[in-house]
Design a protein. Sequence first.
Length: 108
Amino acid sequence: MAGMINVEVVYALPQRQELIGVHLLEGATVREALEASGLLQKYPEIQPDRANKLGIFAKLVKLDTELRDRDRVEVYRPLIADPKAVRKKRADEGKVMKKGGGPAEAAE
């Protein structure tokens, strides 16, 4: 008889975080954990096959990745802006960035 594992499935929204604990058979996959959590039904914008990346403790994984006991499956939201493009735009506009975030003139 196969044993059971406990897994958490997490989806972070701008205002709050959904954290669902699920009990699965050993050998279960990330896809099975997502389906068991009910998050796919509650949040139709989650599209693990296309828009959303998935991870286990901040390491990117695929839907067929086998889970271990106490893993935390994380559903990542798509970025609203490319960080590289934002930095490039700031540089093109001539904005000075300073450690600490204050005005550059105050540093002297």
